[in-house]
Design a protein around this ligand. Structure first.
Ligand code: FAD
Ligand code: DHB
Length: 394
């Protein structure tokens, strides 16, 4: 018979992406014990290149959690964004709503969060295999998993499902209870990272007859750029030359002339999806981040939603342990879902305005261009955009 190693903690956290790491950090600062279980290796988790835009509210949450020091020093503060459509260019100044954003790679944030875990002695249990959630609808939930040839049983009070879209946590909610809402888009994004100066000080979102493009950055010397691609795009078919050609072709001529081609350091394709699961709580299991919802990346909301979910969940767990109050735990699902649906709305809308859809007619293109004209000519529309894009609304 295989030996089972038993352990106990207060909160078992599944997944060591930004959600899981931040939750562990916030609980630790409140004196609540947790164990983070991660399917992948440390190098894999630290090497993933993903989002880069951090809302003001997220910066504040990370600062409160004691993990914003490097981000405040090295992150790039942005006070506007540019949207281009063919040769037209629109700059939207965040000043209309007194807002700003910080551009700081998710890779760097993950590194900061991981260092905080290491310093506290609570490093994740990497390469945890076959994680299974048991008795989540009882007061004695348990997580079982395999690691380094040993079977483990982790007893806990609560389980936080922070294991992303493909994780096991959401699947542990019975089919009769879980409702999901989904829109799958007929295209993806091909993203590259390259040591080349950004074409502009601010992000440029470009809507073009050939498809969408985005020029973002990680520093004054490193660019992060995306082009809309087919869902079945194969990175092997996208040479660096082809990528830079396609990016330049989708930008207004003056911006295209500023593209400095450099070898890419990373290149990957991501599908676009809108997805919401509900409820976010089942018994002692709580979902947060991509385990609960997916937004298409156009609005730069995925990482920010995850940070807000965790802030809310951590506050609810702290109220439970410190004051014996369960009101926030009871409200978590309904209250987080209201915020999540608003971010879903904005992300789906911006995706529809900026991308080329396969069956698009000239009327649809006219509608897209009118939406952009409206953003620049109407102060009300511009303010609403800034409130949603910078995450000013609670
Ligand atoms: P994740 O970062 O997915 O972390 C979940 C963790 O759980 C992972 O480490 C995973 O290995 C682990 N895990 C999964 N299953 C198990 C299991 N069974 N047992 C144990 N561990 C498990 N957002 C933007 O705003 N802009 C972007 O450009 C952007 N690009 C993206 C590109 C890709 C390819 C993806 C997948 C996402 C992108 N996002 C982007 C979204 C953003 O990165 C996510 O919203 C963010 O990572 C969510 O954090 P999370 O911790 O909830 O989930
Ligand atoms: C980045 C990603 C996004 O999805 C976005 O909307 C803006 C910036 C980025 O990776 O920098």
């Amino acid at each position: 018979m295989t030996r089972v190693q038993a352990a106990r903690t207060q909160v078992a956290i599944i997944g060591s992406g930004p959600s899981g790491l931040l939750l562990a950090q916030m609980l630790d600062r409140a004196g609540i014990a947790s164990v983070v279980l991660e399917r992948r290796s440390r190098d894999y988790v630290l090497g993933r290149v993903r989002a880069g835009v951090i809302e003001q509210g997220s910066v504040e949450i990370l600062r409160r959690a004691g993990v914003a020091e490097r981000m405040l020093r090295e992150g790039l503060r942005h006070e506007g964004v540019e949207i281009a459509a063919d040769e037209r260019r629109y700059r939207i100044d965040f000043g209309v709503a007194s807002a700003s954003l910080t551009v700081y790679g998710q890779t760097e944030l993950t590194k900061d969060l991981m260092e905080a875990r290491d310093a506290s002695g609570g490093s994740p249990q990497f390469e945890a295999e076959d994680v299974a959630l048991i008795g989540v609808d009882t007061t004695k939930p348990r997580v079982i998993y395999g690691r380094e040839g040993v079977r483990h049983a982790l007893d806990c009070d609560f389980i936080a499902g922070c294991d992303g879209f493909h994780g096991v946590s959401r699947q542990s909610i019975p089919a009769g209870v879980l409702k999901t809402h989904e829109r799958v888009y007929p295209f993806g994004w091909l993203g590259v990272l390259a040591d080349t100066p950004p074409i502009s000080r601010e992000l440029v979102y470009a809507s073009h007859e050939r498809g969408f493009a985005l020029c973002s950055m990680r520093s004054a010397a490193r660019s992060r750029c995306y082009v809309q691609c087919d869902l079945d795009a194969d990175v092997a078919q996208w040479s660096d030359e082809r990528f830079w050609d396609e990016l330049a072709a989708r930008l207004p001529a003056e911006l295209a002339s500023r593209v400095v081609r450099a070898p890419t350091i990373e290149k990957s394709v991501a599908p676009l999806r809108s997805f919401v699961a509900e409820p976010l709580r089942y018994g002692r299991l709580f979902l947060a981040g991509d385990a609960a919802h997916i937004v298409p990346p156009t609005g730069a909301k995925g990482l920010n939603l995850a940070i807000r979910d965790v802030d809310q969940l951590a506050a609810a767990l702290v109220a439970h342990y410190a004051e014996g109050r369960d009101g926030l735990l009871d409200e978590y699902s309904a209250s987080a879902l209201r915020r999540i649906w608003r971010a879903e709305r904005f992300s789906a809308w911006l995706t529809s305005v900026l991308h080329r859809f396969p069956e698009r007619t000239s009327f649809d293109r006219g509608m897209q261009l009118a939406e952009l004209e409206n953003l620049t000519s109407s102060t009300a529309a511009r303010t609403a955009f800034v409130e949603a894009y910078t995450g000013l609304l609670p």
